[in-house]
Unconditional design. Structure first.
Length: 244
């Protein structure tokens, strides 16, 4: 496990309970003295992630005592009104497909923008200077609000609008899913990899029944396919570590 940390006034991790946010939580705990988490209930069909996030947090506390000492409060914000407005295949009974706009039907318009706004308001109240998110444009899923250009613009807007000096950290932005698995191993060893496999949730359909080598899920939705492909590429390469 890495011991490299940058002392700071603290970080707030946007924590869904999925693979990416679990790795981001480990990344934040390896760098900040105080780390809190925030989850969002926006009426998502895969609401099972709200339970997964609690199990992953509990795993961190049980398996990594040094991290547990720096892991602070968890917050859950009710954004179901937003989810109803920004209807997508993640919030309504719709097919998972490409739309006539060239975007996947799982794209929730403005989701990350709303998440970051609410997270910044919470961070302001909690005295936390960094927002940590699992946005990634390497394994691009067609979500324009995952691009670093979007995040940079959002950071500037939040700091201007709130008279703050927030930084929005996206440690996975340039990593493939295979490299994300490698980062998990570098940060927390095989124990963290196993925790993510067993307890984190990514499947858009919210299925937890079948346990694949890479974790639970339907195995067919875009999220499962991306996670599985990353696992296969990582294991085929010998499960190397990715430097934090």
């Amino acid at each position: 496990m890495t011991s490299d940390r940058t002392l700071n006034n603290g970080a707030l991790v946007l924590f869904s309970g999925g693979q990416d946010s679990a790795v981001c939580l480990a990344w934040a705990l390896s760098r900040y003295d105080r780390v809190e988490t925030v989850g969002f209930d926006y009426g998502q069909r895969h609401i099972v992630e709200m339970g997964a996030r609690l199990r992953v947090r509990a795993g961190f506390e049980a398996l990594f005592p040094d991290w547990a000492a720096r892991l602070g409060e968890d917050h859950v914000l009710d954004l179901r009104g937003f989810g109803a407005v920004a209807e997508s295949a993640l919030t309504a009974d719709r097919a998972i497909e490409m739309t006539d706009r060239g975007l996947p039907s799982t794209f929730v318009p403005g989701r990350n923008l709303v998440f970051l706004t609410y997270a910044a308001a919470l961070a302001d109240r909690r005295g936390l200077g960094a927002l940590i998110g699992g946005m990634c444009e390497t394994d691009y899923s067609g979500y324009p609000d995952c691009r670093r250009d979007t995040i940079d613009a959002m950071q500037q807007a939040l700091n201007l609008g709130m008279e703050q000096t927030f930084t929005i950290e996206t440690p996975l932005m340039r990593l493939t899913k295979a490299e994300t698995w490698g980062l998990a191993k570098a940060l927390g060893g095989e124990a963290l990899v196993e925790l993510i496999v067993e307890e984190s949730h990514t499947c858009y359909r919210g299925e937890r029944g079948e346990r694949h080598p890479w974790g639970h899920g339907c195995g067919h939705c875009p999220a499962c396919e991306l996670r599985a492909a990353g696992w296969s590429a990582w294991t085929a390469a010998g499960r190397p570590e990715t430097a934090p």
